[in-house]
Design a protein around this ligand. Structure first.
Ligand code: PEP
Length: 254
């Protein structure tokens, strides 16, 4: 049974004091997270250990790295590995956020290596996909996202793909205040699930959580998360405001 997930992506924001205050406020404001739900905080790398300690006593609440490098160890100055984050109690990692694809030229093939490395180290990859505005305007979003899935995920086995969380994040909706309508989100999520079903069968496809990301806020979360193939959200801006993110967590399907 797939989980309903609220994942915060703090990006490159907050000092350590601000991070601690925010985490305490969200954890304090969140009642029990039920067994079919998960809350995840993707925090800047220097705060991973602290955040992992803070969520340790909280049911179904986790910390994620915002990125990993696809080698176990070695001469890769400035990078962090899945092995390193695992060793400090971190069990999730965002892979292939559109900002990494754009500013750090991360290709679908390179992201396939990152996903594999996460799985090898028992880290849940939150794999991001999604199209830019010109792709949407020419109605090519389905084939574009399909290629991202095929090139980064479809070498995985049926067991492996069920460990992956997919986040559909249309680039034109990230940080722009412009949300995809709940129908647009559902349409793409259903397409992603149909691609998973075609490759791995319906049962496997039904076990994969597919999150929506792109200007999710307290005011629109309930409607978007209410769609049948939307299993929660990856949230940037609104996750930096405690009351907003607490309300987004509450909007998850129970
Ligand atoms: C994101 O960074 O993944 C994101 C969806 O950002 P925002 O919610 O600010 O659009």
């Amino acid at each position: 049974m797939r989980k309903q997930i609220a994942a915060a992506n703090w990006k490159m924001n907050l000092t350590i004091t601000e991070a601690e205050t925010l985490l305490d406020a969200v954890l304090g404001g969140t009642a029990e997270v039920s067994e079919n739900q998960k809350v995840v905080f993707a925090v800047p790398a220097p705060y991973l250990a602290l955040a992992a300690q803070k969520v340790a006593g909280k049911n179904n609440t986790f910390v994620a790295a915002q990125n990993i490098y696809p080698k176990k160890s070695g001469a890769f100055t400035g990078e962090i590995s899945a092995t390193i984050i695992k060793s400090i109690g971190v069990e999730h990692a965002v892979v292939g956020h559109s900002e990494r694809r754009e500013y750090f030229n991360e290709s679908n093939q390179f992201l396939a290596e990152k996903v594999k490395m996460c799985l090898q180290e028992n880290i849940v990859p939150i794999f991001c996909c999604g199209e830019a505005l010109p792709v949407r305007e020419t109605n090519q979003q389905n084939s574009f996202v399909q290629t991202q899935l095929q090139e980064s995920l479809f070498d995985l086995s049926a067991d492996e793909i069920q460990q992956v969380v997919i986040a559909y994040e249309p680039i034109w909706a990230i940080g722009t205040g412009k949300t995809a309508s709940s129908d647009q989100a559902q349409e793409m999520h259903a397409h992603i699930r149909s691609q998973l079903a075609a490759k791995y069968g319906a049962e496997v496809a039904n076990n994969v959580s597919i999150l929506y990301g792109g200007s999710v806020k307290a005011s629109n979360a309930k409607e978007i998360f209410g769609k049948p193939d939307v299993d929660g959200g990856l949230v940037g801006g609104a996750s930096l405001i405690a009351e907003e993110f607490v309300a987004i967590i509450k909007a998850l399907k129970s």
